[in-house]
Design a protein around this ligand. Sequence first.
Ligand code: IPM
Ligand code: MN
Length: 354
Amino acid sequence: MSKSYRIAVIPGDGTGPEVIREGLKVLEAASQKFNFKYEKIIYNLGGENYLKTGEILPESVLEELKKVDAIYLGAIGDPRVKPGILERGILLRLRFELAQYINLRPVVLYDKRFTPLKDKSEEYIDFVVVRENTEGLYCGAGGFLRKGTLDEVAIQESINTYKGIERVVRFAFEYARKRNKKRKVTLCGKTNVLTYAFDLWERVFHKVAKDYPDVKTDYAHVDATCMWMVKSPEWFDVIVTDNMFGDIITDLGAIIQGGMGIAAGANLNPQGVSMFEPIGGSAPKYTGKNVINPLAAICALAMMLDFLGEEEAGLKIEEAVKRVVREKLESLAAGRMGYSTTQVGDLVVNYLES
Ligand code: IPM
Ligand code: MN
């Protein structure tokens, strides 16, 4: 009997619905070809819904999301809403409440035409960032003192727990084994300045590393990591880092792999409900024009199927994406692909079916 999955879909803001539409097209084709079933439950969360109803993420929706097999998310962020309300209220709240403590972001170059790095071909850019996803500066700990006066103080604290670090570092080592490429994990931190937080990170990192004698270890400060990602990206295999540094270096990662149009990520809770998303934003200026690149969302779908246990479907979708990138597209950027959003989705479906 074929398996069946319950998938919550949050198209979200801006171009989110356009890229999710293409992802769902590919999901349908994959379910036929690889013989699995799915039920999709659409949730219209985001700026539009907030402005209309005042609701951000209702408790009842959160409870429902805790019971699905996976969440497929487009984008959150609306220029009409003050920054932070939707991002904290929907995206970060879901990551936290569902304890999606790993943010897995592959940095893979499918075609050397699309990297801005000189002399770097496909074999040079193939690593993953494992970003801690529920702690650090993202916790929202801190506050204001004497707000609105000239003596105002703003404090934003970084929370780092032994448990939180241990589980994400362990995942990084396991993942280096699973990838079976360079078998190397690089801790990205700032031990020379953040002497409490990254002292703990470093101690936990070396403790966990003892359980993986077959995996090499390395360390780079976050600023140097940025430099190496440009100069010698081939040095990396798996990078593990905290929430804030992970956020920053994955935008750099996205651009060296060809841009936000192709960069996907997974918010994982290996024991619970995981959420899959293109890592670019809602791209308001391209909304409704059918020009946005849906491949990041389609790659996120491939990651979702892989994590659900449909590994072959995930792999074949990735292969189809790679062929579209290499054989068809003129660019990975919105409006310059040589095809519309819809056409790119169709191309992936065609390659998948052929
Ligand atoms: C990301 C985004 C989010 C983050 C924002 C939208 C809150 O930049 O997923 O990388 O900072 O994590
Ligand atoms: Mn980001």
